[in-house]
Design a protein around this ligand. Structure first.
Ligand code: SF4
Ligand code: SF4
Length: 87
């Protein structure tokens, strides 16, 4: 008997972090906004949910591991502004 339970990781493709105002505020309070790699002035942030910055990012450090969104979402990556959202 062949199991039809293909466990394709469709769910894993969904963003791990919700694009909410609350998460954006957390990101902007002390995390992305104080990061040396952050490009200010475009109203961006919450890259882990919204995806990468359209500009090229110079990687000078990433504050994501200090962020409560990162911790509470069980993330392990960094530089979402350059690489795209957490999945
Ligand atoms: S995703 Fe990381 S590297 Fe990019 S701006 Fe935010 S804290 Fe900085
Ligand atoms: S994990 Fe990084 S991109 Fe996501 S909210 Fe925190 S600082 Fe911003």
């Amino acid at each position: 008997m062949v199991s039809r339970r293909n466990r394709r990781p469709e769910a894993e493709k969904m963003a791990k972090v919700k694009d909410t105002l609350e998460n954006f505020k957390i990101c902007m309070q002390v995390n992305c906004s104080s990061c040396p790699s952050f490009l200010k002035g475009k109203g961006e942030g919450l890259y882990c949910a919204r995806g990468k910055n359209e500009c090229e990012i110079e990687r000078k450090g990433c504050d994501c591991p200090e962020c409560s969104v990162w911790l509470e979402s069980g993330l392990s990556g960094m530089y979402y502004c350059a690489q795209g959202s957490a999945s």
